[in-house]
Design a protein around this ligand. Structure first.
Ligand SMILES: [Zn+2]
Length: 102
C-alpha cells in the first residue's frame, strides 16, 4: 500500500555560545623527537599560564621545543534572537500529504 509521506524541514538560525556552566581548558603535548614524539602532556588548566610554565619546565628538563596546544570549551547551540524554535503549522498546500497517526 502506497502511503504518501511528507516532511517539511525549516532552517532555524542558531548562534553558538560558550557554555557558562563549564570552564574552558588549556593543555599542551610535547611532539618533539626524531623518530617518535615524546608524548608528554601537561595537565588541563582553566588558564593558559600553567601550561606555559609546564612547557618551560619540560624544555628545561628535556630540551624539547615543539608543543601543539589545545583550547577546549563546551559549545551551546541557541536559537538566534527573534527566532521561535517551535514548529510552525503545516502550510495548507501540504495538508493533503499529512500522515495521521492512529
Ligand atoms: Zn618532550
Amino acid at each position: 500500500m502506497w502511503c504518501p509521506v511528507s516532511r517539511v524541514f525549516r532552517f532555524t538560525p542558531f548562534k553558538i555560545t560558550q557554555d557558562p556552566a563549564t570552564e574552558p581548558t588549556y593543555e599542551a603535548e610535547c611532539v618533539s623527537g626524531d623518530e617518535k614524539s615524546c608524548g608528554a602532556t601537561s595537565a588541563e588548566w582553566i588558564t593558559p599560564h600553567p601550561v606555559e610554565v609546564w612547557m618551560a619546565d619540560h624544555l628545561k628538563d628535556t630540551g624539547h621545543r615543539h608543543y601543539p596546544r589545545a583550547f577546549r570549551d563546551n559549545a551551546v547551540m541557541e536559537p538566534s534572537e527573534g527566532v521561535v524554535a517551535e514548529p510552525k503549522p503545516l502550510p495548507a498546500a501540504l495538508e493533503s500529504a499529512r500522515v495521521h497517526s492512529p
